[in-house]
Write a protein that binds this ligand. Structure first.
Ligand code: FAD
Length: 468
């Protein structure tokens, strides 16, 4: 058959997983082709995920901080928001980052083939370009990094006032009254942005808590701090109907608990659906390559990120939870190195998670809930930020730092931080867990004073009973 491009390594998808895999493959000397349907590299994370959301959250944090300054004797005028300029700023950030990636692929001589890829065989993929032209790429090895897509609710109609995270990041308007369906990280980050820009927001969540998987005490601190920011946070509540009416989007609810009355239906100017993401495994004709895909679209892999077809690897959102960029990047390096014949394995003990909300919530390793479920006995070191000079000086003392130690070995196995910049600090806890550190290792490490990061050392000291 027809072959237009030949290569040693073909990477499908140019998100954080795909571009990292392609770069590492090229660095190892493999002739590499990167197939991506969009005109820019970077995938969900750079174009419609991590990076644009953080650009907007940065602006929100500055607005929120200046609004508190009056309490410290410095009053700013109310912000005047030019939404077009704000959008342009966010788009400029994306452009800088995706442009950087294009430069890096050029420097490494990675061939980018733009178009939608569909496997034809275990060694061929057909790529249909934006102009409809088809190219066949023949490869010796492949890494599948096709990512994930937003989950849609079947009963939600098409309407410009109803958006997913991509639509919310477009920042077309700031509504007066907005509903966020789904109390996970993505929904709450966008809720933080829109509330700071002036929207009144309700959040509805089916489960009994926000940010599933996070340390419950940390979430409590977040919720208390945000009591006034949001109008209603409806937990254990299902959204059952969404109607697009001329006067607004009418949403009806049902209690997820038997015998509990549901909230009354409400009218909103904008509704954000943020109920999760589903893997793209079933959209790439993987069966033609012989690669097994689960019903839900995940691709199974071993510790080297190898699929059931030995020369085809898979990484990122489409191999499983947690769907996070830093997980995809690490898996990418393992896959490229393993494909090159090295003894690489994905053996990370922990993958940290961060909600870049206000305050931030970050955690790594085991949580107290998980320890209870798994029957692991843990001991705690808990340091409240009210005792941190830096947090008090910042006017933000609501946070805490919590470390969890294995009661038998004394080694750290988990930790959680809630407070400003928590996400920038959780990496130290991840490192401590990976290194098998105990409370003395952490407590005797001299942390600079006065920093928020110092609270990690303090929490270890509290655990050792040195200070209480
Ligand atoms: P993706 O980034 O999904 O990339 C897959 C790429 O493959 C896409 O570019 C797609 O166009 C391409 N593709 C798919 N199928 C084909 C095909 N058949 N042919 C050609 N190309 C194809 N994670 C974090 O770690 N931190 C955050 O702060 C964070 N914030 C987020 C905020 C939002 C709003 C969202 C939606 C996600 C966020 N995430 C965050 C998650 C993060 O974006 C993903 O975990 C990450 O992008 C996964 O990378 P990936 O390489 O697996 O796939």
């Amino acid at each position: 058959g027809q072959v237009d491009v030949e290569c040693e390594m073909m990477v499908l998808g140019a998100g954080p997983g795909g571009y990292s895999a392609a770069f590492r493959s090229a660095d190892l000397g493999m002739n590499t082709v990167l197939v991506e349907k969009y005109a820019t590299l970077g995938g969900v994370c750079l174009n419609v995920g991590c990076i644009p959301s953080k650009a907007l959250l940065h602006v929100a944090a500055v607005i929120d901080e200046t609004s508190h300054m009056a309490d410290h004797g410095v009053a700013f005028a109310a912000p005047s928001i030019d939404i077009d300029k704000l959008r342009a700023y966010k788009d400029g950030v994306i452009k800088k980052m995706t442009g950087g990636l294009a430069g890096m692929s050029k420097a490494r001589k990675v061939t980018v083939v733009q178009g939608v890829g569909q496997f034809l065989s275990p060694n061929h993929i057909e790529v249909t370009g934006p102009d409809g032209a088809r190219k066949v790429v023949q490869f010796a090895k492949a890494i599948i990094a096709a990512g994930s897509s937003v989950v849609k609710l079947p009963f939600v109609p098409e309407d410009p006032r109803i958006v997913d995270s991509t639509g919310a990041l477009e920042l077309r308007q700031v509504p007066k009254k907005m509903l966020v369906i789904g109390g996970g990280i993505i929904g709450l980050e966008m809720a933080t942005v829109y509330s700071t820009l002036g929207a009144r927001i309700d959040v509805v969540e089916m489960m009994d808590g926000l940010m599933q998987g996070a340390d419950r005490d940390a979430v409590k601190v977040w919720q208390k701090y945000n009591e006034k920011r949001f109008d209603k946070i409806m937990l254990k509540t299902r959204t059952v109907g969404v109607e697009a009416l001329p006067e607004g989007i009418k949403v009806s609810f049902e209690s997820a608990e038997a015998g509990v009355a549901a909230p009354e239906p409400q009218l909103y100017d904008m509704v954000l659906v943020a109920v999760g993401r589903s893997p793209n495994g079933r959209k790439i004709a993987a069966e033609k390559a012989g690669v097994t895909v689960t019903e839900r679209g995940f691709i199974g892999v071993d510790g080297q990120m190898r699929t059931n077809v030995p020369h085809i690897f898979a990484i990122g959102d489409l191999v499983g939870q947690p769907m996070l960029a830093h997980k995809a990047v690490h898996e990418a390096h393992v896959a490229a190195e393993a494909a090159h014949g090295e003894k690489a394995f994905f053996d990370a003990k922990v993958i940290p998670s961060v909600a870049y909300t206000d305050p931030e919530v970050a955690w790594a390793g085991i949580t107290e809930d998980e320890a209870r479920q798994q029957g692991v006995k843990v001991e705690k070191g808990h340091f409240p930020w009210a005792a941190s000079g830096r947090a008090v000086a910042n006017g933000r003392e609501e946070g805490f730092t919590k470390l969890l130690f294995d009661a038998e070995t004394g080694r750290i196995i988990g930790g959680a931080i809630v407070g400003t910049h928590a996400g920038d600090m959780i990496g130290e806890i991840a490192l401590a867990i990976e290194m098998g550190a105990d409370g003395v290792d952490i407590g005797k490490t001299i942390h600079p004073h006065p920093t928020l990061g110092e609270s990690i050392g303090m929490a270890a000291e509290v655990y050792k009973g040195v200070c209480t």
